[in-house]
Design a protein around this ligand. Structure first.
Ligand code: C5P
Length: 384
């Protein structure tokens, strides 16, 4: 995802700095090249050796240190970087950055950074609420190259509970992905159904399937990265509940992608108490009735300009079945995956899909991560 991207991490001296080595690992795993600049105080919380080892580069923390190849790292690092991430950003560093103060390696480097910057503040709740911090954050939020993350609420290092926690490394990573993704779905509303449905037999048991919702989650994430407003309707819930939510959300949406594995039938009766074993028989019959078909329901209510994408998970006569669903449910595109393909289908992180369109064309893809498949699906939908 971040192959070839240059990320410059700026650490200041807050306890949340202990989480940054994990962020470096995630970035490197995603293919990014990472360099680190810190304030002097940051190195009280995490060692230079840790940062150097994980990033594979010398850490820039002392403007006048002789280890620096030349004395202008604060200029060459921003030139090298595609993006800077200041995390954790303490109240002190936020105020300095907003005021243009550049009196150490981190703030001097930030002052020269004209490319995108993500800032993840972290501090005690009272410092967060201080007028000086508020003023600095309001100022920085207005800079067009800055994405200022909010603090999370929860337990703080000082023993209290409040607002001031740094966002977790995974959250910051997602913001980095998002910042690198062109906003092709900006202003668009997308509805996604995902995961399994469950149909209750009694208060203890239900009928369901092996869907985990991974494909739908990957789609929701990619839509969000592209700037869409996403409504993710995620099982487990009954098909009727999912249908109700999908109909409501689709009314003013630009597109719906239906990746949920919806039960076609449900038990006619839902017992209010646990069904007991019957003494004189070795058999039990369940009477099932048909569920609403969410895709077909949305297909009927579809207005001009709305796009509807369905999934078909098949085990035989794959193309034939998928093509007929595409037409019958009034879809614009159907994503076919076969359980016969290894690495495709329930639970795995990969999928192998064929896209079928209304004009009869089809596109085949190799085995890819569900993240990559999500990107391909969205690349193949044209929204007006
Ligand atoms: O007919 P089948 O269940 O194979 O169709 C698959 C497609 O239809 C998927 O997009 C699935 O989410 C959707 N579907 C639905 N409501 C149902 C059954 C399937 O939306 N009751």
């Amino acid at each position: 995802m971040l192959e070839g991207k240059h990320i410059l991490l700026g650490l200041s001296g807050g306890i949340a700095a202990y989480k940054i080595p994990e962020l470096i690992r995630l970035l490197v795993k995603a293919g990014a090249e990472v360099r680190v600049t810190t304030t002097a105080n940051a190195l009280q919380f995490v060692t230079e050796v840790t940062l150097r080892t994980l990033s594979g580069h010398t850490v820039y923390s002392d403007v006048f240190a002789s280890v620096n190849a030349h004395a202008t790292e604060h200029i060459s690092l921003p030139e090298w970087a595609d993006m800077m991430v200041v995390a954790p950003a303490t109240a002190n560093v936020l105020c300095k950055m907003a005021a243009g103060i550049a009196d150490d390696a981190l703030t001097t480097t930030f002052a020269a950074m004209r490319k995108p910057v993500i800032i993840a503040p972290a501090m005690n709740d009272k410092m967060f609420a201080s007028p000086a911090t508020r003023r600095a954050m309001n100022e920085l939020a207005q800079w067009t190259n800055i994405t200022l993350l909010d603090c999370a609420e929860g337990p703080l290092a000082c023993g209290t509970n409040g607002k001031g926690r740094m966002q977790e490394p995974e959250y910051i990573l997602e913001e980095i992905y998002s910042a690198f993704t062109p906003k092709t779905l900006s202003g668009k509303k997308v509805v996604i159904t995902a995961g399994p449905t469950i149909e209750k037999l009694d208060p203890v048991r239900y009928i369901s399937n092996f869907s985990t919702g991974k494909m739908g989650r990957a789609l929701a994430q990619e839509c969000r990265r592209r700037g869409a407003e996403v409504t993710l309707i995620m099982g487990s819930m009954s098909a009727r509940e999912m249908c109700e939510q999908a109909v409501t959300a689709f009314a003013d949406a630009d597109m719906a992608i239906l990746s949920a594995a919806v039960a076609d039938y449900r038990p006619e009766e839902q017992a209010t108490t646990k069904i007991k074993k019957q003494p004189d028989t070795t058999e039990m019959t369940l009477h099932l009735v048909e569920n609403p078909d969410i895709a077909a329901t949305l297909g009927e209510m579809k207005k001009p300009g709305q796009q509807l994408v369905g999934f078909a998970l098949e085990t035989d006569h794959e193309l034939e079945h998928a093509q007929s669903k595409l037409v019958k449910k009034n879809l614009d595109m159907i994503v076919l995956n076969s359980l016969r393909d290894e690495g495709a289908g329930f639970g795995c992180d990969t999928n192998k899909v064929t896209l079928l369109f209304r004009d009869g064309t089809q596109k085949n893809y190799p085995l890819l991560t569900k993240e990559a498949v999500a990107g391909i699906i969205l690349d193949n939908i044209k929204l007006s």
